[in-house]
Design a protein around this ligand. Structure first.
Ligand code: CP
Length: 317
């Protein structure tokens, strides 16, 4: 069946299909309220979540389905030592679709190998977060009208930020997108993602100043990210990185008039609260979009619209 572990298993046409369905649902959600009647979604969240978990759950409930699962492994038999494969095997025999978040890279893929129903990766450690990228794509499509020929700045924790990795892997497959990577040297994008960008002949530049990116790069979108405290090996290392980049109203005054600001959230203090009143701040809209895109994804997976996952070979783009 059509697992969603990495968006690269599908084509931009298939991603566009999900985004377009999400736009239709957004316009008339009532049309879809019985679409998944009788279906059950299992949510296995081994890591904390507000948006991803609740938007998936709300999406399924709004489609007429029901939900089971845990949001804290300590309340499940994981606390007795049960491994991911066994838990997945069991819960997938109760549910029609599984959504899993786990701190280990590759965990969703491992789960999919034993599951008896489709598995959706809701974030595997510092690796990937494909449904956040679909959310980001819906937001870009709604606000900028396109997913290509965009100049995108990504700022903050590019090393551990799974939302950044997934977004770069996806948006690098559309024509004409350029990326400005804004981080400290310690939190630079991992080489395995740079290899993907290089293989696709993608234009990107690494810079160390948010001011420079905002004033000098004519960005269409700035993607701010949280420094991922939970991925650091020491508190000292985190403390050295945590306050380096902060978007405030002074910086927004210098930014392009049509540069939207996105953030997967949660934020700590990398965006000042008063930026929320700027009409270019899209992060709350983006979080709401997550529910519509997940409704579209659930329908697409359960109705087999995505087909079987494909392995990419040869030239990609
Ligand atoms: N964007 C995102 O993944 O948020 P949560 O951690 O709250 O799910």
């Amino acid at each position: 069946f059509s697992n969603l572990i990495d968006l690269d298993s599908y084509s931009p046409d298939e991603w566009n299909m999900i985004v377009e369905l999400a736009q239709q649902i957004q316009k008339n959600p009532a049309l879809y309220r019985s679409r998944c009647s009788g279906k059950i979604m299992g949510t296995l969240f081994y890591e904390p979540s507000t948006r991803t978990q609740m938007s998936f759950q709300t999406a399924m409930l709004r489609l007429g389905g029901t939900i089971i699962g845990f949001d804290n492994p300590s309340t499940s038999s994981v606390s007795k030592g049960e491994n991911i494969k066994d838990t997945t095997k069991i819960v997938s025999s109760y549910a029609d679709i599984l959504v899993m978040r786990n701190p280990y890279e590759g965990s969703a893929k491992a789960a999919a190998l034993t599951a008896d129903c489709p598995v959706i990766n809701a974030g595997d450690g510092g690796h990937l977060h494909p449904t956040q990228t679909l959310t980001d794509m819906l937001t870009l499509k709604n606000e900028k009208g396109r997913l290509d020929h965009l100049k995108i700045g990504l700022c903050g924790d590019l090393r551990y930020g799974r939302t950044v990795h997934s977004q770069l892997k996806a948006l690098s497959r559309y024509e004409g997108n350029e990326f400005i990577l804004i981080s400290t040297p310690e939190l630079a994008l991992p080489s395995y993602i740079k290899d993907v960008l290089n293989a696709r002949g993608c234009t990107y530049k690494e810079i160390y100043s948010l001011d420079e990116a905002i004033t000098g790069e004519s960005l269409d979108m700035l993607y701010m990210t949280r420094i991922q405290k939970e991925r650091f090996s020491s508190e000292e290392e985190y403390n050295r990185q945590k306050d380096v980049f902060r978007l405030d109203t002074e910086k927004m005054k210098k930014a392009p008039k049509d540069m939207i600001v996105m953030h997967p959230l949660p934020r700590v203090d990398e965006i000042a609260m008063d930026v929320d009143d700027d009409p270019r701040a899209m992060y709350f809209t983006q979080a709401k979009n997550g529910m519509f895109v997940r409704m579209a994804l659930i329908i697409s997976v359960l109705e087999g619209r995505l087909g079987a996952p494909k392995l990419l070979t040869g030239t990609i783009k």
